[in-house]
Design a protein around this ligand. Structure first.
Ligand SMILES: *[C@@H]1O[C@H](CO)[C@@H](O)[C@H](O)[C@H]1NC(C)=O
Ligand SMILES: *[C@@H]1O[C@H](CO)[C@@H](O)[C@H](O)[C@H]1NC(C)=O
Ligand SMILES: *[C@@H]1O[C@H](CO)[C@@H](O)[C@H](O)[C@H]1NC(C)=O
Ligand SMILES: *[C@@H]1O[C@H](CO)[C@@H](O)[C@H](O)[C@H]1NC(C)=O
Ligand SMILES: *[C@@H]1O[C@H](CO)[C@@H](O)[C@H](O)[C@H]1NC(C)=O
Ligand SMILES: [Zn+2]
Length: 454
């Protein structure tokens, strides 16, 4: 770019002045002018390319760590998790596959093992296990992928030219209000959990009011909710506040010993959707040294059904203005939402976004942070807190039974001596055989299909 400008200036100086031209032949003037035109078009061409090259070069050096992707949900919906039926290099009707991750310079992907809110109080734990299974299979059966469970492994996988897979739970309903279940998910490789999806849990509040479950007065994070956050800190699991209500997010920010993330949320000031984060909460996040990974879904970007790259860049600009580039990441939400901005339709399109931010005078240092260094820093700090807490024992806090009015929950007890009354009136055994579960199913399934995805 600079060389081009110099060349142009030089050439213009060399052009004959009007005075000298008066006597000289006009053909010299014309030929000079032609040279100038050719030179400037060449420069335009070169700068056009070099801007793209600059993006590619930056992204090769600092490839994307993406905070949220719902490919696993699509694998279930479209293929019933039968990996043998598809080639993960090239999958139709989704926005994510190996070819496009590589084209988009995505080096690490947090894969959500989301299960519908309708599974709360039912088989959320089984479904979550099955989603973990499919992500683990995907990431071990394909050589381009590598399952990672630490910041260091993530970093090393880049040198090994692998796409690192991280597993994240989306919605506390997946642990069925059980810290032992949370710990076992950690053992299976889960390194992050969003406290809610679109439904409240018995211990944390959702940003959404779609599901009329576990409504509480002024108690956005219960005593048990705090125990969940503490146990996640102790384990070294990243707390994800996307989908949580602002009150819950604030309570967690007050309570967490480790930095937290919003894995796929954008700016409320730019688009006033309850899934986005207002500036006051961004400031709390900054105090926590946490990270907001910008969601690309049209409805959260423009608050409309349509959006473009420029609208997305507005979110980045605004959040940078409020809390700085060191607090920003990228959480595309591909395959979890229906509509994405023009030019950012799938995971291969990330370079277009980075090029736009370079246009807007983001420095390469800032973008290296946004692309991956911020996430690595947060992940490392979460691990450091885990190391500091290593002498703490696993928490034995249990949720009070009256806080989980759940007809499908069996309270494990020795078989009753009064064998003649197998259907005694304890809530658990009623649920085991009774109709409440069965009746709720079709309704919940219907609701889930309508509201589930984003
Ligand atoms: C992906 O598969 C489709 C057919 O399912 C084919 O048309 C397309 O060329 C393939 N793309 C790549 C990049 O292999
Ligand atoms: C990742 O690796 C780079 C060198 O490749 C190193 O500079 C950086 O400190 C590492 N970061 C982490 C989190 O391990
Ligand atoms: C929350 O609500 C309870 C009653 O539901 C009340 O006793 C308590 O004072 C309230 N706390 C705050 C901080 O408003
Ligand atoms: C967070 O902490 C601040 C300062 O200690 C306090 O004023 C605020 O009420 C707390 N918010 C929540 C939701 O706990
Ligand atoms: C993007 O969309 C906005 C409307 O939200 C429009 O004003 C702007 O011109 C568009 N930008 C581009 C580059 O298309
Ligand atoms: Zn989501």
């Amino acid at each position: 770019m600079k060389t081009c400008a110099k060349l142009l200036v030089h050439h213009t100086r060399k052009m004959p002045s009007v005075k000298t031209v008066r006597s000289a032949s006009s053909s010299l003037w014309m030929s000079s002018l032609r040279h100038l035109v050719v030179l400037s078009s060449l420069c335009l061409l070169i700068t056009g390319y070099s801007e793209r090259d600059r993006t590619r070069e930056l992204m090769s050096k600092y490839p994307v760590v993406d905070g949220h992707n719902d490919l696993a949900l699509q694998l279930r919906i479209l293929h019933n998790n039968q990996l043998s039926q598809i080639d993960l290099h090239n999958i139709s009707n989704v926005a994510t596959d190996i070819n496009r991750l590589q084209a988009g310079h995505v080096q690490a992907q947090m894969f959500s093992v989301y299960v519908l809110c309708g599974a709360q109080e039912k088989d959320a734990v089984r479904l979550t296990l099955e989603q973990i299974d499919v992500v683990r299979r995907m990431c071990t059966e394909y050589r381009d992928f590598e399952l990672v469970t630490s910041a260091k492994e993530l970093n090393i996988s880049e040198i090994r030219h692998k796409i690192a897979c991280l597993i994240s739970i989306e919605g506390g309903h997946s642990i069925d209000s059980s810290l032992p279940a949370l710990r076992m998910f950690y053992q299976l490789g889960v390194r992050s959990m969003a406290l809610t999806h679109n439904c409240n849990t018995p211990w944390a509040e959702s940003s959404s009011k779609l599901y009329n479950v576990y409504q509480r007065q002024n108690n956005s994070l219960t005593h048990f909710g705090k125990a969940v956050v503490e146990e996640m800190n102790r384990l070294g699991m990243i707390v994800d506040l996307s989908h949580s209500s602002w009150d819950t997010a604030w309570a967690v920010l007050n309570h967490s010993k480790a930095p937290v993330i919003f894995s796929h949320s954008s700016s409320y000031s730019i688009c006033s959707h309850s899934r986005n984060v207002p500036d006051w909460l961004l400031n709390e996040l900054k105090r926590n040294r946490g990270l907001i990974m910008v969601n690309l879904h049209n409805n959260f970007i423009s608050c409309k059904d349509k959006a473009n790259i420029s609208n997305v860049a507005d979110h980045f600009d605004h959040i940078k203005k409020v809390i700085g580039a060191e607090s920003i990441g990228i959480g595309g939400d591909f395959d979890g939402a229906l509509s994405f901005p023009q030019g950012l339709e799938d995971v291969s399109k990330y370079p277009a976004l980075i090029q736009e931010l370079l246009h807007r005078n983001w420095t390469e240092n800032e973008l290296a942070d946004v692309l991956r260094r911020n996430f690595l820093r947060v992940f490392e700090e979460v691990e450091r807190v885990r190391d500091v807490l290593h002498s703490n024992h696993p928490s034995e806090v249990q949720i009070p039974v009256e806080e989980v009015q759940n007809p499908c929950r069996l309270v494990l007890r020795p078989p009753s001596k009064r064998k003649e009354r197998p259907f005694n009136q304890s809530p658990s055994s009623r649920a085991q055989f009774g109709p409440p579960c069965l009746l709720i199913w079709p309704m919940v399934l219907l609701l889930s299909i309508i509201f589930s995805i984003e």
